[in-house]
Design a binder for this molecule. Structure first.
Ligand code: SF4
Length: 396
């Protein structure tokens, strides 16, 4: 399946993603690692008759191990890295008069929309890669070496609530030594299909834990799966960063909920931050027009293309309706509530990775491996028109 995975045009993608995943798993020459996005674990159970929002993290890990995957990791570790990198970028822009508002960049549906429809906003986008792509970069540039493999010998499979993540993974800048950082993107529904094909009885699976060093995330990373989660994670990080360890637990309720547009002001130490959280591209367009017309003014805006955020993504089980999305949102915040590690900076594995793999916070390696640039695309042809920012490895 590897020749298919490295085809940059997608012209050779004749096999389904499921077939390619099985080929990789059955190929003894490949080490297969999987990452699982937060919204998947509160939805996949619905494919097996469980109530919407049932949390089935441990059963998903167990299923993947029984299917023959070598390492089951968690996208949460990369979401924590995203929180740290994006918060540092945000605070630097605030202090140095940089472009504001800063828009989040985790959602490829939003990024593509912005590149096609709002070229004037590209410099407002955070340069942070999405958690999926930060994870892929860590695996191909660092983890592969750590286990004595080349980037081509390790196959990185993502399980995402999202169909847009499939084209994000094929952006040419997200490669290492000529191979994609993320080789295969499966949706929640596609993974459920594979579990069925493997003949596993979901009900009977004994929960298992993620592998390390890429298997641990904070509660702040878990809530990336819900609209408002990235914003709340940044608020948690900044509160701790500026306020010190005595800040303790920070829950930021104004960011939560299914509403299309949420606005709030949050005061951290002596700074008041005006923030907005949007889900759905029509709501995003509405907010952008209000900003343009001078009717609204923010420092930080989170945009997710799907209703309710990633819990309502296009790769999630049916019925993907408001009732199901609300149950999945509630489940994500319940999982967060019992996490002992609440803020990204308290994740010991993230700190180890920053110091040991990325040569410390704010290093050239961190910038190269975790950030990217954007391209103003013609709406019809999709051809690049101009490049802004640092494109990471310069391959835009
Ligand atoms: Fe994908 Fe939707 Fe989440 Fe955006 S909001 S990353 S399109 S699932």
């Amino acid at each position: 399946g590897q020749c298919v995975a490295v085809c940059p045009t997608g012209a050779l993608t004749v096999k389904s993603e499921i077939d390619r995943a099985w080929s990789a798993i059955h190929d003894p020459a490949k080490t297969v690692v999987v990452q699982i996005a937060p919204a998947v674990r509160v939805a996949l159970g619905e494919e097996f008759g469980l109530a919407a929002g049932s949390a089935v993290t441990g059963k998903i890990v167990a299923a993947l191990k029984k299917m023959g995957v070598d390492r089951v990791f968690d996208t949460l570790i990369a979401a924590d890295l995203t929180t740290i990198e994006e918060s540092m970028e945000f605070m630097s822009r605030m202090e140095n008069g940089g472009k504001l508002p800063l828009f989040t960049s985790c959602c490829p549906g939003w990024i593509k929309y912005c590149e096609q429809m709002h070229g004037e906003l590209l410099e407002n986008l955070s340069s942070c890669r999405s958690p999926q792509q930060m994870f892929g970069s860590l695996v191909k540039k660092h983890y592969a070496k750590k286990i004595g493999k080349t980037s081509g010998e390790v196959v990185c499979i993502s399980v995402m609530p999202c169909t847009a993540k499939k084209f994000e993974a094929q952006r040419p800048e997200f490669t290492t030594d000529g191979v994609y950082d993320v080789d295969i993107v499966l949706t929640t529904v596609e993974l459920a299909q594979m579990i069925k094909e493997a003949g596993l009885v979901f009900d009977d699976l004994e929960p298992a834990g993620f592998d390390n060093p890429l298997g641990m995330g904070s509660g702040g990373a878990l809530i990336f799966g819900a609209s408002g989660g990235v914003m709340e994670s940044v608020v948690r990080f900044v509160s701790g960063y500026l306020g010190g360890p005595e800040v303790g637990r920070v829950d930021y309720h104004p960011a939560r909920g299914i509403e299309g547009i949420k606005e709030a002001a949050v005061t951290v130490k002596d700074k008041t931050l005006k923030v907005a959280v949007v889900n759905g591209l029509a709501n995003a367009e509405n907010l952008l027009q209000r900003i343009k017309n001078g009717e609204a003014d923010y420092h930080l805006v989170e945009v997710m293309a799907c209703p309710g955020g990633c819990v309502g993504g296009g790769g999630q089980p049916d019925a993907n309706d408001t009732a199901a999305r609300v149950q999945r949102l509630k489940s994500i915040y319940r999982l967060d509530a019992v996490e002992q590690v609440h803020k990204a900076q308290d994740n010991v594995y993230v700190n180890k990775i920053i110091n040991e793999w990325l040569q410390g916070p704010g290093s050239h390696a961190a910038h190269h491996d975790l950030h990217t640039g954007y391209v103003h695309r013609r709406r019809i042809t999709g051809k690049p028109m101009e490049i802004t920012g640092d494109a990471g490895n310069g391959q835009v």
